[in-house]
Write a protein that binds this ligand. Sequence first.
Ligand code: GTP
Length: 345
Amino acid sequence: MSDQDPLPPLEWDPQGVQIQGFSAGLYQIEWLLVTVVILYLVIIGLPDEGALGVLAATFGYFIFSLLASRLRFFGERQRWLLALHTWAMIGFITWFLYSTDGVTGPLASLYLLAVVTSALTLGVVVTMLEVAAIAACQLLLLHLLGTELLTTANLAPVGTSIIALLIVGYLTASLVHAIHVSNRTLLKMASRDSLTGLYNRRAFDDLARPIHEMARRSGRPYCLITMDMDGLKRINDTDGHGAGDQAILGLTEWLQACKRSSDVLARYGGDEFVMLLPETNASGGKHMMERLIDAVKDDKLSISVGIASYPEQGGSLEELFGHADSAMYVSKASGGNRVSIQSVA
Ligand SMILES: Nc1nc2c(ncn2[C@@H]2O[C@H](COP(=O)(O)OP(=O)(O)OP(=O)(O)O)[C@@H](O)[C@H]2O)c(=O)[nH]1
């Protein structure tokens, strides 16, 4: 979908929503980091050398966090912006350790904040890469502080803390992944019809609302179509429920074949389907449904269709549903297998 496309995404994006929700709390983690650092400086005192650098880095990091939370970077739900925050965290902690107590001091555990932030939002691979970056930073610190690198006494504490970060990062990211998987399954169960795999009524209502709002703001039309299969009860009664299911699945296939990717299709109830066609007026929707009725005849399927379009036939979704349903009943009462548009006085 291009940037100019007026339509909202037609798929729910649980991970995106989760990232957006997490971002609201991210600045609290960053301010916690700044608070711990300030407390440390107040209690232990500024280092003899490089005090100005420590203060400047702390102030700079505070401003970065403040601006990032104010600018609402995360409105775009971009993961790389979250990654940028964790890299800034790692950079700031490394600089602080360099200027104060060195690699193995108590503040080295602050790296945990970056690892947990990453594990909660960016996945196992990125988290492991960040732990590797922290290991590199710690080795660089040892080197810069003039410590002999290749001695067990110096490498052991760094190695131990890196292993701890690896375990915490891996376990947290794996658990979050498992939660994403189960969320996706739950979302699918809650939003899809089990027979056809189409959106159910609840999902359709959720997806239709932003399209309506978008059309209202842009003044562009959209078309709401309600459909009801003709004679499904007779198919069930004469050929069995399995044949009825096949008829529903057959119609679903035809509907999916004729719709555009931006159209939203749902099974609204037993033998009722509903479709929303963005950027389409009533006559566009009518042409499409007449072609469909013609095509499904070959499969001995028959449907009654009602159409209402925004803004011609109503200013709200509820009104449009009312008009489309009335039109559909007109089609049904006229013998079915036809399309009707209710004229609005
Ligand atoms: N096989 C099958 N039948 C279903 C399903 N959901 C609803 N039905 C049946 O579909 C039938 C719908 O009946 P009606 O509303 O009278 O619709 P119809 O038989 O198509 O009659 P008209 O709408 O008047 O043309 C009912 O008998 C329902 O039990 C389903 O998932 N599978």
